[in-house]
Design a protein around this ligand. Sequence first.
Ligand code: NFE
Length: 504
Amino acid sequence: MAVSVKIDPITRIEGHLAVRLDIDGGVIQNAYIAGEMYRGFEAILQGRDPLDAQQITQRICGVCPISHAIASCAAQEAVYGIVPPDNGRLLRNLIQGANTIQSHVLHFYHLAALDYIDVQPVAEYKGTDQEIISLKKWMESQSGSGGLFPLTPFLPKYSGGYITDPELNIMFVKHYMDAFKIRSLSHQMGAVFAGKLPHAPSIIPGGVTQSVSVSKILQYKSILDQIRTFIDTVYIPDVIELAIAFPDYMAIGKGYGDLLSFGAYPENETGEKKLLTPGLLVKGEIRDVDPIDIREDVRYSYYSSASAARPFESRTTPDAKKQNAYSWLKAPRYQGRALEAGPLATVMVMYLRNENSKIRTLLDNILKKLGKTPQDMNSTLGRHIARAIQCKVIADRCSEWADLLIPEKPTYRDFMIPESGRGFGLTEAPRGALGHWIELEDRKIKTYQCIIPTTWNCSPRDDNGLPGPVEHALAGTSVADSENPLEAVRIVRAFDPCIACAVH
Ligand code: NFE
């Protein structure tokens, strides 16, 4: 029987996202995903002092603000003709690294894990772990009749196949609790050099306003050591454990396989060398990225501005009553292709190019343990595995970057703002390829456009009717019970959507 199921809102993600699934014979035939809220940051920026941009765009999101600051500064630096000195570049990498680690741990434990683990065994817990005991007490204090836990984040949830082993569930719950501390530590670590987080006033065009001292380096590194231990001994093993428990999900949620990475974390002053390298995977072939090939379609988006415009020409004119539109996200396309952004893209581009021996070894070891191949990474659990690998590679490198800082050396360069000019800045936010495009006139912002990883991933259909990457990954999925579309939410959440960013 054909049914149409709406999940609205889909919870445990950032922002407001609705999913409509047309299900027939237990299989998703078509998926439509919709960002449900207009924000208007690009309009807010018009006419302002360009130096407001890296501050205002950070407010697009509380999860990935540092990446917005860095993309904005890079776009401005392209106009001002400057780059940060080594200390400034390293400080940015260290702050962005801290923010990305926080985001990845948040995503796996606090947004996605509850799709797989069952919290119920906590209610029967007889052990001595004080944190589990206090969670059990909290649950009891929240419970109504019948032992239900009516409050989020644990309920309501879809019924379906969760982990059944009580000990494994308790272990995951324990790590869920530990992950709060790791996120807090990540923020503290980033704030050593950012001044404060999540929104950092210290990141400015030309570098970072904070100074470097031996005590700050030691402070950063001592926190990082704790975080790296968690990544190595908890996060990565847990992702593998999940892949062992849910082997089907190394096939469910297959995307187009066309991937986009802008690259991030410059390793030298010019930024030609980066820790995460840019690249595209299209039809199984690795290519270089040329941003000129990016356009944004709006045929099915609530905008009356022109469709298929390149970012410098693109405008964002809201039209809430537009016929046939169903999402507030635009549909970015690269040479007409719907590319997937995210750690899967960066990790696979680098893996296939054999550019980073750590990524190759980590991924090969994990795949060997699971009896899977690199092709299986194009899947729901492949996205989680890639995120964990990226998290480790960034955390490990942060430790080395901290050693490269030179106390008392400059952390920023001065600059002049020209009358006019245009530039763009690209980076890898936690959720993937992020770009900001700025044009100045009379030393003010004439236009500002952001293209965001979740806009790529959760885009609606484009001018040619081509579904966005998440819509595509959902289509063809078997759903055991259309009243409980657990498979669908697992697929969507594995992309780590942020609609606050996507509809900026
Ligand atoms: Ni709001 Fe963001 C997205 C990330 S863009 S979380 O999508 O990561 O910087």
